[in-house]
Design a protein around this ligand. Structure first.
Ligand code: ZN
Length: 316
């Protein structure tokens, strides 16, 4: 499996560790989205983050990370469903204004007007209400901004390492688990001579140790290393329980059939006038950029009764 999410638990229950690495799914997603390199990196980091956060929540539906920017990027959106499919897109205000070394702040918050929202859409799950949270744009990376958000909203220490390029998007999440029972004031370092051995202290030590280990990670290492190797390299001395492994897939619900319906709604006259100006009608999905083309015969077929749903030509 090249596109994988894995979840581990520290054997002492002090923290959970989650990792995601996308290669072919990521390349599929970018196939019709030719963005500058710094934007592919940013979008990939956001995609990895969305998957790590979505798998952290028990829900049915989708988690959406959306940033409305006031810089060269006007909108960047990633949607991850509870079935672990995802899609991601960017709207550029002006592609020529994208600096080669653009980052979260310069691309989306150039004048302090960027807006980062987390949305939980419960879909068909009637038990859950939709949720929307505003993520303050404090920090120079997607990871830093989300870490601060998680600390404030979830009251849980969460650390994220994210990296992406045009081939791979990957990330690692460490989350401290609440101490159940016993002392919960483990944030303060134990004073010299204090009695060691309490669960809270042991958990605090574990947490400090694993975050130290992960903080040695370079972006290139996150991108190049498969999850098993990365986890072994970082945490080989730790007792870890492997909990879950899931495949992750790129999925955009656009289809030729949906585009056909849209063209039918435009009406025959409109389509015919479009065809007078060009050989075929080309429509791209505004989410994934996938192109759909309809030549004169395809277009005529749109308005023939009893054609199959796909809108494609069928021979009788
Ligand atoms: Zn699409």
């Amino acid at each position: 499996m090249t596109d994988t999410f894995k979840k581990y638990l520290m054997a002492d229950s002090s923290a959970r560790i989650q990792a995601v690495r996308l290669t072919s799914a990521w390349q599929t997603g970018l196939a019709h989205q030719p963005y500058p390199e710094c934007i592919r990196s940013l979008l990939g980091e956001l995609a990895a983050a969305a998957i790590l956060l979505a798998t952290n929540i028990k829900f049915q539906g989708s988690l959406v990370l959306q940033l409305q920017g006031d810089g060269p990027v006007s909108l960047i959106v990633v949607e991850c469903t509870s079935e672990l499919t995802f899609r991601a897109t960017v709207n550029l205000r002006n592609p020529e204004l994208v600096p080669a070394d653009g980052d979260l702040q310069t691309l989306l918050n150039a004048n302090g007007g960027g807006r980062f929202t987390v949305l939980l859409d419960p879909g068909r799950d009637k038990e859950m209400a939709p949720y929307q949270g505003i993520v303050p744009m404090e920090g120079d990376s997607v990871a830093k901004v989300l870490e601060a958000y998680m600390r404030n909203s979830e009251q849980l220490d969460t650390r994220l390492w994210l990296a992406a390029d045009g081939q791979t998007a990957a990330g690692l999440l460490l989350q401290r688990l609440p101490d159940t029972g016993g002392v919960t004031t483990a944030d303060a370092p134990a004073p010299e001579g204090a009695i060691h051995g309490s669960t809270a202290e042991a958990h605090a030590e574990s947490w400090n140790r694993i975050t130290q280990l992960a903080s040695t990670l370079a972006a290139s290492e996150i991108i190049e290393t498969d999850i098993d190797t990365l986890i072994r390299r970082l945490f080989w001395q730790e007792a870890l329980l492997a909990l879950e492994t899931h495949a992750v897939q790129w999925y955009c619900p656009c289809s030729r059939s949906r585009v056909s319906n849209m063209l039918r709604m435009l009406g025959r006259e409109e389509i015919e006038s479009l065809l007078q100006e060009r050989e075929k009608v080309s429509v791209s999905c505004n989410f994934c950029g996938k192109p759909y083309e309809f030549d004169a015969i395809d277009c005529a077929g749109l308005f023939v009764e009893n054609l199959d749903d796909s809108g494609s030509r069928t021979l009788h």
